[in-house]
Design a protein around this ligand. Structure first.
Ligand code: SF4
Length: 251
């Protein structure tokens, strides 16, 4: 199921005003999310949160901080993020109780990729787009997850058909990588996410106020229009089925 994301383009409003709408069972969802995070912190060590600094991820980091859990957070700074995202990263580093670690791609690899394939290679083919994601995201991700027992993501079932079956605890990478993945917001709606942000005055990426529900690298993210799906602004020139960068694709 996908969200109805926008009420009107002609009514400028904060993302909190546009989207905050708690589910009837929000209090129970929040309690079980908090319990899951506490259990994860107690039983899965080392454990880390992967944050893109999107709406879901700032909620999770806020929960980690408010529950005073010893869960470090990491951000993949791809070298192609929006200035708004980089500014939020700075603010988060300054104010978070949980340490915020930043992982960047290997500089020489980026230079070589751009020299060989061009600055706009991602628009030329899916293969080149995935190659760019590999250099800028997947290699740093593998370093970020190296030695971890589990990681926490902001995946939600509502985000796309490909994510409709996202479980609270994903054990599909245990055999291959000895890695558990927690998706504590799996059952949260977009309205739940923004209800939490509004209620707790969580700092968020101002691009969300400009109709960017899903925020990635600047060249690969655009605002969405009324009626478009949640992830329509990500790699919008590709088919829907191809729209994962590899971070959450099961091999
Ligand atoms: S999202 Fe775009 S710019 Fe970012 S790593 Fe992937 S292809 Fe490259």
């Amino acid at each position: 199921m996908t969200s109805s994301l926008l009420s009107s383009r002609s009514t400028p409003a904060k993302a909190t005003e546009q989207n905050a709408l708690a589910s009837a069972d929000f209090a129970a969802k929040l309690a079980s999310t908090q319990a899951l995070l506490q259990r994860a912190a107690a039983e899965f060590k080392p454990l880390t949160q992967a944050s893109s600094l999107g709406a879901e991820d700032v909620v999770i980091t806020h929960l980690i901080n408010s529950l005073q859990l010893d869960i470090p957070v990491f951000v993949l700074e791809t070298g192609s993020l929006h200035t708004e995202t980089l500014a939020l990263l700075e603010r988060t580093q300054a104010h978070s109780r949980a340490p915020i670690k930043v992982f960047r791609p290997v500089h020489e690899s980026v230079i070589q990729f751009v020299r060989d394939k061009g600055q706009d290679a991602m628009y030329q083919s899916i293969e080149l787009r995935k190659a760019c994601c590999n250099v800028r995201k997947l290699e740093p991700l593998s370093r970020a997850l190296n030695g971890q027992k589990a990681w926490i993501t902001g995946l939600r079932q509502e985000q796309s058909p490909a994510r409709a079956e996202v479980p609270l605890l994903d054990e599909s990478e245990v055999l291959s990588k000895n890695l558990y993945k927690f998706n504590p917001l799996a059952s949260w709606t977009w309205g739940d996410v923004w209800h939490y942000i509004a209620e707790n005055q969580v700092d968020y990426n101002p691009l969300h106020d400009q109709f960017f529900p899903s925020i990635g690298c600047a060249p690969c993210t655009r605002a969405i229009s009324l009626g478009e799906e949640f992830r329509a602004g990500r790699w919008w020139w590709e088919d829907e089925a191809a729209k994962e960068c590899g971070l959450h694709v099961k091999g």
